[in-house]
Design a protein around this ligand. Sequence first.
Ligand code: FCB
Length: 465
Amino acid sequence: MQQSEQPTPSARQALTRFPASFIWGAATASYQIEGAWDEDGKGPSIWDTFSHTEGNILNNDTGDVADDHYHRWQEDVALMKSLGLKAYRFSLSWPRILPNGEGWVNPAGLDFYDRLVDALLAAGIEPFITLYHWDLPQALEDKGGWPNRSVVDAFAGYTETVAQRLGDRVKYWITLNEPHVSAYAGYYWGVHAPGVRNLSAANQAAHHLLLAHGRSVAVLRALCPGAQVGITLNLGLAYPASSMPADRQAARMADGQLNRWFLDPIFGRGYPEDMLSFYGDSAPAIEPGDLEQIAAPIDFLGVNYYTNNFVRSVSADVSGLGYTNLKAAELVEAGYEVTAMDWAVMPDGLRELLVHIHRTYRPPAIYITENGAAFEDQVEAGEVHDERRVSFLREHFAAARRAISEGVPLRGYFVWSLLDNFEWALGYSRRFGIVYVDYATQQRILKDSAKYYQRVIRANEVLSE
Ligand code: FCB
C-alpha cells in the first residue's frame, strides 16, 4: 500500500526535470559590475553623481571600479561558459554609448558591447540585453530626468543606436529593468539616484518610463524583426498582515503601487482607477495615445522575484502611501527565514506569483529575469560554502517547476547574480553572487551555489543537493 504511493524514478523526474528548451542563465547590470566609470569616453550617469556624493551609499562605496568587468569581461565570459550558462542577461550603460544621453555616439562604448556579444555567442551563451538598468546619463537628469517627457525621445534614439549595431546578433531584448524602482526609489523615497523626494515627480517618471518602454518596443520591432522583446518588472504579491479591513485595504494599495500600476497598462488595461484616484493631484499627466504606445504587444514578461510582502496599514508612515511592510523581526517571529536584505524566504510565493500573473494577464511567455539571495559569505581555505544560498536556489527552482506544471509559460530562469557586486545604496555590503568577488584583488571564486547551479544546468533538473 505504502509502496504504491512512492513515485517511481521516472515519475519523480517528471516533477523535477525542466523542458529541454528551458533557458538557465545569470544576470548582472552595468553599473553594478563594470567599473571604468569615466574611461574611453563614457559620460557620467546619475549613479556616478549619486555615489560620489557623501552620505548616499553605505560606507560611501561607489561603482568606480566595482568588479572591473570592463577590463575582465573575457575572464567573466569564460567563467560563464565553465558554469554551462545557456544565457546571460546584462545591461548596457547608456552613457557609455551616448555620453550626453543623445547626440554624439561614443564608438568605444558600442565596441565594448559588440565584443562582449561576440564572445558570448562564441561561447554558446545567448545574450539577453537590458537597455536600461538605472544608469541614466547625468546630462539627461540635468534636463529634468525621467519626470521630463523629452527623455522618452532620447530613449527611443538610444534604442535605435544600439539596435542598429547589435540587432543582427542579439535576439532577446529587455527594455527596462524595474521601472517601479527607477521611479519610486529614485524620485520619491530618494534612496536611489537621483535622490529626489516628490510623489508627483515619481508618478510622472513612472509614466515616462512606461512610455519609453513602448517607444523602444516599436523601434526594436522595426529594426530587429524576429527579436523577442519584453520588459522586466519587480513583482511581489501583497498579503494583508492581518484580517483587519485597514490592512486589507493597505495590501490592495501596495499591490496597486507595485504590481498593477505597471502590469495593467502594459497589458492594455490602462492605469488602475483606484490608484489614479488614490494619487489624486499627484497622478501623472497622460497625453492622448500614450496608453496605446505603452500597451505595445510584448513577447515575454521578465519577472524579478525576491519575496512577497506582508502589508500593514499605517496612518502617517515615512513612505506616505499609507502602508508599510512587516519588519524582519516580525517575519522571523512568523516563522520565515530572512536573508541579509531582511527579505523573507518564500519559495512557494514564486509559484503563487507566477500563477497569478499567468491567470490575470496571460503574457505569451515569462522569464524569471532575477532571483537570488544575499547572505553573509565567508571564504574558507579558498572556498565559499554558501549552503543557505544553495537551498534557497533549490527551493526556488522547485517552485518554478511547479509553476510550469500549473501551466505557466515559464521559459527561463536567471539567477541574480553571476558575481557579487555593487548593491546600490548598500554598496558592497551585500553579496548576491554565485561567484564570490574579492574586491581587493578582483579574484573570482566559485561559491558552492555556482557549483550546484552548474550541476542543475547540466541535468536540467532540480537536484537535491
Ligand atoms: C533588484 C535589482 C538588481 C539587484 C537586486 C538585488 O531590484 O534589479 O540590480 O540590486 O534587486
